[in-house]
Ligand binder design. Structure first.
Ligand code: NAI
Ligand code: 13P
Length: 327
């Protein structure tokens, strides 16, 4: 009997890598992409040059620009940029399949997490969140990766984990959907800050300090929003924070490095087709944190840098000059 087909909404680096991972056990994967040329290249050449160059895609991946082609599948991974997710999902015909949210961000216009935006855009569909330390190229190459798969219930986990698990792709069960989302959204902003430290050549001590103090901010914010501490210290929180704050493979880190070297955020972003989610999440995260009375000085600093209100060197000096406090 042939395996159940599954779907992926979003033909960027991460959606394409997830499609490749899902197709690796011989099942059919339908991939929705925003751009028609991406669809044509995936179907004709089994390549996605704009977003995942150098990877030979499994011919079991069939791409489309029509969401109706995915509507009846039992599971859809949702992998658009966070700020486009609500509008894309609003175009998905009704169905009963699980939506597994894989984008990392907070919606700028509403301050909502992806799960709240998805609930409004695709009412009635069961929702889960997949998040963790996952550079797209490594997953596409079949390198070992572990993620948090936060589900609404054990029954949902029993339904979708077997569709997602592969020998080199290992999901861990959680029911903390809020925690899984907050880790992924906040770490992108903190990765920009770590990139700034790299751009200014401030050294490894400074970067480790920023990761630890950034994690304290993530934890304060997460707990205030109802996340569980163990999720924040797991794969989708600390795990992803460490990955993204340590590598030029991260778009957020490399954006921060350019800021540290004195470039303007708008200029760096204008040169890219790929998304650095932290640039969109930072201002809305700052807004939500303020409304909840959560102090996030590193996030505030990233916001000021992105807005061009302060030079990178001055921003770091201001962080270091804050009054001494308990850890
Ligand atoms: N690349 C990675 O290694 C990982 C990315 N993610 C997350 O996955 C999400 C998607 O990121 P990537 O796949 O890396 O994207 P990407 O940066 O590779 O590509 C940009 C994506 O945006 C889409 N797009 C552009 N304009 C659009 C519009 N108006 N409406 C809908 N889609 C539009 C493009 O079609 C393309 O799929 C983000 O939230 C990211 O944080 C999560 C884990 C790993
Ligand atoms: O989320 C990611 C790795 O887990 C990818 O990070 P960037 O979006 O910064 O490249």
């Amino acid at each position: 009997m042939s395996k159940q087909a599954v779907g992926v909404i979003g033909g960027g680096a991460w959606g394409t890598a997830l499609a490749q991972m899902l197709a690796s056990d011989g099942r059919a994967v339908r991939l929705w992409a925003f751009e028609a040329p991406v669809v044509e290249e995936v179907n004709a050449q089994h390549r996605n040059t704009p977003y995942l160059a150098g990877i030979d895609l499994n011919p079991g991946i069939r791409a489309t620009t029509d969401l109706a082609d995915l509507a009846d599948l039992p599971m859809l991974l949702v992998v658009t940029p966070a700020q486009h997710m609500r509008r894309v999902l609003a175009g998905l015909p009704q169905g009963e399949g699980d939506l597994v949210l894989c984008c990392k961000g907070i919606e700028e216009a509403t301050g909502e997490l992806m799960v709240d935006a998805a609930r409004a855009a695709a009412p009635g569909r069961p929702l889960a969140v997949l998040s963790g330390p996952t550079f797209a190229h490594e997953v596409a190459n079949g390198q070992p990766t572990a993620v948090t798969l936060a589900c609404e219930s054990e029954a949902q986990w029993d339904r979708i984990a077997p569709l997602i698990w592969r020998p080199a792709f290992r999901p861990y069960f959680s029911t903390d959907i809020i925690g899984a989302e907050i880790g992924g959204a906040v770490k992108n902003v903190l990765a920009i800050a770590c990139g700034v430290v790299e751009g200014l050549r401030l050294g490894q001590n400074a970067r480790a300090a920023l990761i630890a103090r950034g994690f304290a901010e993530m934890t304060r914010f997460g707990l205030a929003c109802g996340a569980q501490a163990e999720t924040l210290s797991g794969l989708s929180g600390l795990g992803d924070l460490v990955l993204t704050c340590s590598s030029m493979s991260s778009r957020n880190f490399s954006l921060g490095k350019a800021l540290g070297e004195g470039r303007k955020a708008a200029d760096v972003l204008a040169d890219r087709a790929t998304v650095a989610e932290g640039a969109f999440t930072a201002p809305v995260l700052q807004r939500v944190a303020k409304a909840r009375g959560v102090a996030m000085p590193i996030v505030d600093t990233v916001c000021a840098l992105l807005a061009g209100q302060v030079a990178a060197g001055d921003a770091v000096a201001a962080l270091l000059a804050r009054p001494l406090t308990a850890e």
